[in-house]
Design a protein around this ligand. Structure first.
Ligand SMILES: [Zn+2]
Length: 91
């Protein structure tokens, strides 16, 4: 499932207002290297550069935007998409 809002809140603990959180990883589907920039917005969070999943507490998976547009779910059985997260195509 997508990374939880509580997890994102924790990532932002101790950061200055407006400072983005950056996570590097490999795409779950195609294996490409990607950098996800997470910013706080008034409505929640904005993820740029890809999608971030948290299949288990504290464990993250990534998807690049190309793979995300093919299949938004990390696994076929997973259709849990929180509305608080919006994905931006720009980086
Ligand atoms: Zn990919």
């Amino acid at each position: 499932m997508f990374v939880k809002v509580e997890t994102l809140n924790k990532m932002f603990e101790g950061t200055y207002n407006g400072t983005p959180v950056i996570r590097n990883g490999k795409c779950h589907d195609c294996g490409c290297e990607l950098t996800i920039v997470i910013k706080r917005t008034t409505g929640g969070f904005r993820l740029q550069g890809g999608a971030l999943y948290e299949p288990q507490m504290g464990r993250f998976s990534f998807k690049c935007e190309a793979c995300f547009h093919i299949n938004e779910n990390l696994n076929d059985t997973d259709n849990n998409i929180p509305l608080e997260i919006e994905l931006s195509a720009s980086i």
